[in-house]
Design a protein around this ligand. Structure first.
Ligand code: C2E
Ligand code: MG
Ligand code: MG
Ligand code: MG
Length: 282
């Protein structure tokens, strides 16, 4: 009966809620000790030029390493950290790990590649954030031109004036700003119109295969996005390139850069260095 189903739903709901709350509490009690114990690890995914330029940079992606060596992935904890404010601390920590890596490359006689670090939308409400970033960069003697800050397009729903103020402050210091997951939200064009950004990352969803009928439609839309980005002096990156077809599409669209499993997965900074950072031939 309806009555019965209703009760069952409530029982499930309570059970799930109970588990969710328990999980949340458990993560929240672990996050500060984890930061202290350096359990948040810098993983890097290579980014390539689409005209055979080879490696042009890397994206920093956090992995939470449990004491038993297993990893927790961002989707399990980033949304919670966004909610409870811990994300600002974690993001600064990840910027520091990126700077540490850049310094290590320089110390080893290697030419560093720029690293893109994902940032919480909360950075836009903290007026000290640009200075906090600079303090870290100065400590490792890293130029802001080597750090790109990736922000999500959803940030534009916040105070636009404050947003532009922060972007200008970060630009004045020399950071590059990238708009991540572009096309995933519903205010994409509005954002592009109002914000002064340097790079646009097309959401992986754009590349997902849809029915053949939609192919042409999708192509036309993507082509125009890449074209107006180019005219605005904004670099384009395609994320989630998984196949040869994806790559060919991205090349045909004249996208500047690409990342994805077709090239390589995110890996530990150590593995990245071994695989991609070669001594300059002299
Ligand atoms: P994102 O910044 O859009 O990063 C791309 C995600 O797609 C990463 O997932 C990456 O591992 C995955 N990916 C890369 N290539 C492919 C591919 O070819 N196919 C598919 N299916 N996936 C691919 P990941 O590492 O799980 O990160 C998820 C999201 O968590 C990130 O999305 C980013 O928004 C957030 N995130 C990760 N690290 C940090 C961080 O340090 N700080 C903040 N605030 N957010 C972070
Ligand atoms: Mg990103
Ligand atoms: Mg993305
Ligand atoms: Mg994403």
């Amino acid at each position: 009966s309806i009555e019965h189903t209703h009760h069952t739903d409530i029982a499930f709901y309570n059970h799930d809620m109970h588990n969710a709350v328990r999980k949340k509490n458990s993560i929240e009690s672990q996050m500060y000790p984890a930061l202290q114990n350096k359990e948040f690890k810098l993983f890097l995914q290579p980014k390539f030029g689409m005209k055979n330029e080879g490696l042009v940079g890397a994206e920093a992606l956090v992995r939470w390493q449990n004491p038993d060596g297993s990893y927790r992935y961002p989707n399990e904890f980033i949304p919670l950290f966004e909610e409870n404010g811990f994300c600002l601390k974690l993001d600064l920590y990840m910027v520091e790990r990126a700077c540490e890596q850049i310094k290590a490359w320089k110390d080893a006689g290697l030419t560093p590649v720029p690293i893109s670090v994902n940032q919480s939308k909360m950075l836009f409400s903290d007026l000290h954030y640009p200075d906090n970033l600079m303090q870290i960069l100065n400590r490792y003697d890293v130029s802001p031109s080597l750090i790109t800050l990736e922000i999500l397009e959803g940030v534009a729903t916040n105070n636009l004036e404050l947003l532009n103020h922060q972007i200008e402050a970060l630009h004045a210091l020399g950071f590059r700003i990238s708009m991540d997951d572009f096309g995933n939200g519903y205010s994409s064009l509005n954002m592009l119109y109002q914000l002064n950004i340097d790079e646009l990352k097309l959401d992986r969803g754009f590349l997902r295969q849809v029915s053949k009928e939609d192919e042409e439609r999708r192509y036309i839309i993507l082509e125009q996005i890449v074209s107006f980005a180019r005219k605005l002096g904004i670099a384009t990156v395609a994320e989630g390139i998984e196949t040869q077809e994806d790559e060919e599409l991205i090349q045909a669209l004249k996208c500047n850069f690409g990342q994805g499993y077709f090239y390589d997965k995110p890996m530990s900074a150590k593995e990245f260095s071994q695989r991609y950072m070669k001594k300059d031939e002299k």
